[in-house]
Design a protein around this ligand. Structure first.
Ligand code: GLC
Length: 580
């Protein structure tokens, strides 16, 4: 890392808060990864559910966007009780999505196009149709087969009460009774029994699963619910007042310690996995297979412990996604993420949308409020201002992609897709909706099949026009073919952003706030200066009045500039800063 003196802008020297990476830093420290949600990306066989053949056919589209890799949400055999996050066999592909051969083709094609491939590893729980769980049920209480999961005797007379007071993230109790007095634990749906990570067979099994896919050439894994694997010894009750607050409740506070989350023992698991991945590096010098943690953990010191040098490579910086659209909040979160991740030598992994949260083009269409983003929207709820949401989403994405570190995009954000906010109740499929009987809306609204062609049935998602969830009317105008080659479209904006980010080396750059726009001003302005790359100034105006554009050649503006060239409200500009 080289400490470069920040440039002066408008005669005002900026304050360096993050140094640049070395030009030869590993790929994952700066990579942009595109999340594919296979059910909803592209359907080749016409059944209305996306598949691997659909993905393979669209890989050139993804490569041409200018990203460095893809992450595939699960496509393992699964009864789909939680859209594939209920895995019945970790070493195969669900026939609904294709075959192992299709997966091998996908990996090979992606590599040919220069794209890394990350799979989704789901180690906290399996499906209730996993062979081990089926065996466990058959084997009966206190059998070695049951020790691979958390079976426990209930409390109260005859064990008729659950063993403790934990609740499922999806609503309702975290325990289901299997025979009088005996229960099993599921932090999510009752069809997702939690593994017992104190069992050596479970540990050995997942190392083997890692190797199975690494041997097939995958470049790494996004690790689902990485903070859940280890439970506090003895499975003690949680504080009853705290456990009652669900993650979609504004009072939810993830920094309160809980016996089911973020136990210190998880780190030993990840150190073991890192050693497995590092062996592949030594053998091939391929530049790194990686682990990326999905860990909704607070406070930040605990969150970044997942990316210490001998653990995972990346962990999503969810506080960025949760920050209200106000300069003071966004600035504070950027600084704290860079400092926190930097304190353990890790890059920040920025993200604005994924398959669990309301799409950012919709979130940002509401007045800024410190709400949790993972409660969906019903037809009868206040509806977002779609134009405002899209304008801000474009500005927010440009801000994110100018930041040093890695970033994840969620399929469809490159089209500016909003959430489907008016899905009728009868089509909803998320277990969150089903388990809470509609009290929590769930995540279907961000999982709607993508629009590829504005005029085709099902907007080109599938050759038959079938789609497993209905698409909103607004998606036709946003279809990929309507935006392709259209100046100013969101698709072309993403192509420009990703092209410049890569050419200039922004992912491995430094960050220095421009002192011209001090904290408290409603402008976010920084210089990103990569070692040996082109310094770029990124300015986002979050305030009500236009602000002057920084000096230098304009690379992009996320919406039209004012007639005098100044930057209006909710617009981001990138300016090449090494001229004059
Ligand atoms: C993760 C996934 C989510 C899933 C849950 C249970 O949070 O992202 O979609 O429902 O884990 O596996």
């Amino acid at each position: 890392m080289r400490l470069r003196q920040p440039l002066a802008h408008s005669g005002v020297v900026s304050t360096l808060i993050h140094p640049a990476d070395a030009p030869d830093a590993p790929w994952w420290r700066q990579a942009v990864i595109y999340q594919i949600y296979p059910r909803s990306f592209a359907d080749a066989d016409g059944d209305g559910l996306g598949d691997l053949a659909g993905i393979i056919g669209r890989l050139p589209f993804i490569a041409a966007l200018g990203v460095d890799g893809i992450w595939l949400s699960p496509c393992y055999p699964s009864p789909q009780a939680d859209a594939g996050y209920d895995v019945a066999d970790y070493r195969a592909v669900d026939p609904r999505f294709g075959s192992l051969t299709d997966m091998e083709t996908l990996i090979a094609d992606a590599h040919r196009l220069g794209l890394k491939v990350l799979l989704d590893l789901v180690p906290n729980h399996s499906s209730d149709e996993h062979a081990w769980f089926v065996e466990a049920l058959a084997a009966g209480p206190e059998s070695p087969q049951r020790d691979r999961y958390h079976f426990a005797r209930g409390r109260g007379p005859d064990g008729q009460e659950p063993p403790n007071n934990w609740v499922s993230v999806f609503g309702g109790p975290a325990w289901t009774q299997v025979e009088p007095g005996w229960w099993y634990l599921h932090l999510f749906d009752s069809r997702q029994p939690d593994f017992n990570w104190d069992n050596e067979q479970v540990r050995a099994e997942f190392v083997d699963v890692l190797r199975f896919w690494l041997d097939r050439g995958v470049d790494g894994f996004r690790v689902d619910v990485a903070h859940g694997l280890i439970k506090a010894e003895g499975l003690p009750d949680a504080d009853p007042e705290v456990i009652a607050i669900t993650p979609d409740d504004p009072r939810f506070d993830a920094s309160i310690p809980m016996p089911c989350w973020d136990q210190d023992g998880v780190h030993e698991v990840y150190r073991g996995w890192r050693a497995v991945l590092d062996q592949y590096d030594v053998q091939e010098a391929c530049g790194g297979r990686i682990l990326c943690a999905e860990a909704w953990v607070e406070p930040l010191e605990r969150a970044v412990s997942y990316v210490r040098p001998d653990e995972m490579h990346q962990a999503f910086a969810f506080p960025f996604l949760e920050a209200p659209w106000r300069a003071v909040d966004v600035r504070a979160v950027i600084e704290s993420m860079l400092r926190g991740y930097g304190s353990v030598g890790a890059p920040v992994t920025w993200v604005l949308s994924n398959h669990d949260v309301v799409r950012h083009a919709t979130r940002l269409g509401y007045p800024p409020a410190p709400v949790r983003p993972n409660s969906g929207i019903r037809p009868q709820d206040p509806q977002p201002d779609a134009a405002l949401g899209l304008r801000r989403a474009r500005a927010a994405s440009a801000l994110m992609l100018a930041l040093p570190g890695s970033a994840y995009l969620y399929q469809g954000e490159e089209l500016g897709l909003p959430e489907h906010t008016t899905l009728p109740p009868e089509v909803r499929q998320d277990p969150v909706w089903l388990r809470t009987r509609g009290e929590s809306v769930g995540r279907d609204g961000c999982r709607v099949p993508l629009p590829w062609s504005g005029d085709a049935p099902g907007l080109g998602f599938s050759p038959t026009g079938a789609t497993w969830l209905p698409q909103p009317d607004t998606y036709a105008a946003l279809a990929a073919d309507r935006q392709d080659g259209v100046p100013g479209s969101t698709l072309e904006l993403y192509r420009t952003m990703l092209g410049w980010r890569r050419a200039a080396g922004l992912g491995r750059g430094s960050l220095a706030w421009l002192a011209h726009y001090p904290p408290g001003s409603e402008v976010l302005a920084f210089e990103n200066a990569p070692d040996g790359g082109t310094p770029t100034v990124c300015l986002t105006n979050v305030g009500p009045t236009p602000v002057p554009r920084p000096d230098g050649e304009l690379i992009l503006a996320t919406d039209e500039l004012a007639p005098d060239g100044s930057v209006p409200t909710d617009v981001t500009v990138w300016v090449r800063a090494d001229l004059g």
